[in-house]
Design a protein around this ligand. Sequence first.
Ligand code: NAD
Length: 484
Amino acid sequence: MVSRVIPVDPFDLVIFGGTGDLARRKILPGLYRRFVAGQMPEDARIIGAARGEMDQAGYQAFVGEAIAEFISEKKRDAETVAAFLERLNYTPIDARGEGGWDALAKMVRKEAITAFYFSVGPGLFGDIATRLHKHKIATPESRIVVEKPFGRDLESAKALNAVLAESFDEHQIYRIDHYLGKETVQNLMAVRFANVLFEPLWNAQYIDHVQITVAETVSVGGRGGYYDKSGAMRDMIQNHLMQLLCLTAMEPPSKFDPDAVRDEKLKVIRALDAVPTENIVRGQYGADGDGPSYVEDSEDPESRTESFIAMKVDISNWRWKGTPFYLRTGKRLKARMSEIVVHFKETPHSIFDEDAGSHANILSIRLQPDEGMDLRVTIKEPGPGGMRLVDVPLDMTFADALGPEAADVPDAYERLIMDVIRGNQTLFMRGDEVEAAWAWTDPIIEGWITRGDKPKTYDPGSSGPEDALMLLHRDGRRWREISA
Ligand code: NAD
């Protein structure tokens, strides 16, 4: 299979925080990969803007090192890397003061597409937006890319939306959630809306329940102070898992267009029920030989912030009434794995005898580690000896079906950055969506703060607290194994 790469128009991309961790690990290596793929036009330019003096050569060296670290050797011959580095420039900037803005204004071309990536702490988003406007660096067609976290509650999200709106129109604002840039997440929409096979069954009548898991093996070590003010609910559920839930649960949009898709996602968020206490399990990892406990990492022995959360979420609409969505995410778990699993119901009546057992179809959509989909179907076990049933996977791993090139899918960040340049907001969150997500999240958090709930301790390398298993057991269901 030959991959189709459509070059984008000439652009100037300014990365505020161009020397930070995210820029180094994701944004710049991602841009390099798009360059190698031939997607960057001749005169596309990338400008790093951050705190600290550095000249163009210094920044090129910095980015060269990032490429050496994050790009495999066979994709970075010296000539290609040098050609990419030619596109780079740097300018020091003070987001909170006036230093550096005039110099940036001189560097940015007005005739090209201009995009400004806010890869800095959230406290600077408003400052940068305001100064881009004040110094007339942005045009009415410029785009800004805003990283997470987008607020820490409804009030702060509204305030941030308001401050951005003073300088930019909603069509210019790209609130990034890199989960939406994953190949499989978009494939979920293709599977649902480009096949007649699934959509008639995609409802409470045929789907028993849905599980969404984002499991990490890492601890919060190193950024415990930041994380302690956030927790799994704010850091993961309100944005990433919520987005996955929306794409799974939404009605078919009338077309694959940014506002049509985002309108449908918004309706799902607004249909989410409040979550009662008994449907929430929060946890904190304990210590083991490999590392300290959560409270040691957070440096607050009294911390009640959750490093794990599992919850049962109900959606009050015709399609989903009676079909729960179980969400689960945490740190220091057994394996690094993100997946959406759709458990269909058993057949209404089995014509086979009891030995055949009970069977149900399962569609799993895996975001990581190996992006792909798999549908479990029940067939007859081959051979003599009567009708024995067995579940087998219809594996839709891209590489097997479409050739090895298909496995080499672009990273979420690079895909999303190219969408920004193209002016396509479909895979970005709209302001009202983010606010609706906080409006659902806030009372849940307030609930456990008011009650003074303490998270349960769980063993590092496990699947989370025992109570999280019980959350499904009591409904006669079971979590999928967390495995890499
Ligand atoms: P970082 O601390 O590594 O880098 C911060 C960058 O901002 C540096 O380049 C620094 O020079 C610049 N900066 C800081 N203060 C400045 C100021 N006053 N004026 C101008 N520049 C200033 O942070 P990071 O990890 O790269 O994260 C950046 C953003 O991306 C944050 O909002 C973070 O929440 C988000 N994010 C990061 C990751 C990640 O993996 N690192 C993942 C998801 C989201």
